[in-house]
Design a protein around this ligand. Structure first.
Ligand code: CMX
Ligand code: CO
Length: 134
């Protein structure tokens, strides 16, 4: 089902500082930055080979990333894996009795179709299925 690591989602308090750090130390270039109100985040995407780093700043405390930082501090929030067909991948996960957060795909960064699997079903790892646009 997984074809590649699409991105690593990292929860940060200060997006400007995090972008500057990854650029200065690791030479990562951030080419997208935008607010995704439905997800409660401002995000920046930096390319690393065929994958991305997704830096996530919460827009409010009562959002997924805001609650995560309050409970655990900054750090890795989720892993996004590339799949060929997100609808089929959701069905396959349900077939394996995984608890889906999204039962149907929704829009993600860069025009992708995404769906989240609950971390309780994946050994404590919030997992995102990502189908790139055609
Ligand atoms: N990784 C691992 N475990 C997590 C987690 C994460 N990112 N976020 C929450 N949890 C754990 C909590 O620690 C908690 O565990 P315990 O019951 O052992 O304490 C459990 O999951 C439930 O936590 P909760 O606080 O009751 O639930 P939340 O209201 O915080 O919701 C989740 C958790 C995963 C359902 C919610 O964050 C969600 O729907 N996430 C998907 C959407 C999202 O993350 N959007 C931002 C990224 C957008 C993008 O990538 O484009
Ligand atoms: Co993501």
């Amino acid at each position: 089902m997984f074809e590649r690591v699409d991105h690593v989602g990292i929860a940060v308090r200060d997006l400007d500082a995090a972008i500057a750090f990854y650029e200065r130390v690791f030479g990562v270039e951030f080419t997208y930055r935008h607010t995704v109100a439905e997800q409660g985040v401002e995000e920046a995407m930096g390319r690393v080979g065929e994958s991305w780093i997704q830096l996530l700043r919460p827009l409010a405390d009562d959002t997924p990333v805001g609650k995560y930082i309050a409970a655990r501090g900054e750090g890795v929030h989720h892993i996004g894996y590339g799949v060929a067909d997100v609808e089929q991948a959701i069905k396959d996960c349900v077939g394996h009795d995984l608890k889906m957060i999204d039962h149907s795909p929704r829009g993600g960064s860069r025009g992708a179709s995404i769906a989240f699997i609950h971390p309780k079903s994946v050994g404590g790892v919030l997992t995102e299925l990502v189908q790139d646009p055609e």
